[in-house]
Write a protein that binds this ligand. Structure first.
Ligand code: DOR
Length: 448
């Protein structure tokens, strides 16, 4: 058994609502055995977890890795390296690149680009436009992990605002629809009001008033209504407001046709941070008030929100230094996303079991990902070892992103990602990338 076999001893497994102690053997990339005690075989590599927590890797269902066409901001190699450093072992990537991923052939091209370069497992969305219904109707679960629809304009030019197209998309989409919801006409009216008041020099603190609660609610309500009427499988991305929470029902994921997501930065930052961080936290939808943040946390706990993701969206520091209308929206997040969530564990707000359920189990279930997202014998060994007693200081200098900065610069998180394994290979250990490039294509089945 020796060479390709790794034994992790003295671990505390966080899995499927329980924390148990034991050993775990990885063999041929998969979890071969889990038991309270397993004896090391001759020649077997042993990793002593020393009582630390072992969790299934975070599956991030919303990232922007900027390839093709925007690779000055990031690419699959650089951003997936940051992802494994942050305990993310699988990512699902968005279509607002250049040219946009709005044809099945463009999705296939992304899979080819990721193979042999991504350090984490990967899947890609097909993007909707006002005029690619035939492509959307034809796509199969084997070709894309879902259909992304911008029901609000954001980075890239992918707004779908033709009401007939939306009706047909929700009626016919063969896959899960992942929707960005912000009502663009409301935002444009708010922008005009802000321009009247401030000219071009709008303070960043206006962002949540421009990309307002009303804009979010109107669009999210429209998406939920479309999905109900057409019995579509809808996943509403990155929710930000207390008011939107009334659109979603509490309950087990398996029983839902409409699911909800929150992103780590909307759980961590609030409107009080614009003065300090400015465009560094400018994103769409905007970071809202501290009261909104509280409601998002409550909805996560009572299962109105099903999934936590990042919406990792790197932009260059010099782009972020521009004035309000010129600074692009989006922040790089994958390296510190799990660490930021763990702060809520330290504060007694989110149990570890819940974090694992929302960040690992739920995305695996939602996208029908084969053999990942859980610590189970026979599943791929996508594993993360967490040290909750060792702090990590986040700095721009140690950010692995191509853009070279992090909105968490100067934050001393109370935890450390001690090790990350992807398909049984150590990808990150003791603060270093190991060099392993072990990402594989995710086998998704997010059929309607
Ligand atoms: O803030 C954002 N940035 N929101 C999005 O919807 C897109 C993303 C990006 O690609 O920059």
């Amino acid at each position: 058994m020796a060479e390709d076999s790794l034994l992790i001893t003295n671990a505390r497994f966080v899995n499927e609502g329980h924390i148990t102690e034991g050993n775990l053997r990885v063999r041929n990339g998969r979890i071969d055995a889990m038991a309270p005690s397993l004896a090391a075989a001759t020649g077997e590599t042993v990793l002593d977890a020393a009582g630390r927590y072992l969790v299934p890797g975070f599956i991030d269902d919303q990232v922007h890795f900027r390839e093709p066409g925007l690779t000055q901001k990031g690419d699959m190699a650089t951003e997936s390296a940051a992802a494994v450093a942050g305990g993310i072992t699988s990512f699902m990537e968005m279509p607002n690149v250049k040219p946009p991923t709005t044809h099945r052939a463009a999705v296939a091209d992304k899979y080819e680009r990721a193979a042999g370069r991504a350090r984490a497992n990967f899947a890609f969305y097909l993007g909707a436009t006002n005029d690619n219904l035939d492509e959307l109707r034809a796509v199969t679960p084997a070709e894309a992990c879902g259909i992304k629809v911008f029901m609000g304009a954001s980075t890239g030019n992918m707004l779908v605002d033709n009401p007939q197209v939306l009706e047909q998309l929700f009626a016919d989409a063969p896959l899960l629809i992942a929707a960005h919801c912000e009502h663009t006409p409301t935002i444009l009216a708010n922008e005009a009001t802000a321009r009247e008041r401030y000219g071009e020099d709008v303070p960043m603190s206006e962002h949540p008033l421009i990309r307002s609660e009303q804009a979010c609610f109107k669009s999210s309500a429209m998406a939920v209504d479309l999905a109900r009427r057409h019995d579509a499988r809808l996943h509403v991305l990155h929710l930000t407001t207390a008011r939107e929470m009334e659109l979603f029902r509490s309950g087990p994921l398996a029983a839902k046709r409409i699911t909800a997501e929150v992103c780590v930065h909307h759980l961590y930052f609030s409107a009080d941070d614009y003065e300090r961080l400015g465009a560094r936290i400018k994103c769409n939808p905007a970071v809202k008030t501290a009261a909104d943040r509280q409601s998002l946390l409550a909805a996560l706990r009572d299962d109105r929100i099903d999934v936590v993701a990042t919406d990792h969206a790197p932009h260059l520091a010099e782009e972020k230094a521009r004035s309000y209308f010129q600074a692009p929206a989006g922040l790089p997040l994958v390296q510190h996303a799990l660490l930021s969530l763990l702060e809520y564990h330290h504060d007694g707000v989110l149990p570890l079991e819940l974090i694992v359920r929302k960040a690992s189990h739920a995305p695996a279930e939602l996208f029908g990902i084969t053999d990942r997202g859980f610590l189970r014998e026979g599943y791929w060994a996508d594993l993360v070892l967490l040290d909750l007693d060792r702090p990590t200081l986040a700095t721009d200098a140690t950010a692995l992103y191509k853009c070279g900065w992090t909105p968490f610069d100067g934050v001393n998180f109370r935890s450390t990602i001690a090790a990350t394994l992807v398909n049984g290979q150590l990808a990150w250990q003791d603060g270093q990338l190991t060099g392993a490039i072990a990402g594989q294509r995710l086998d998704c089945n997010a059929a309607r």
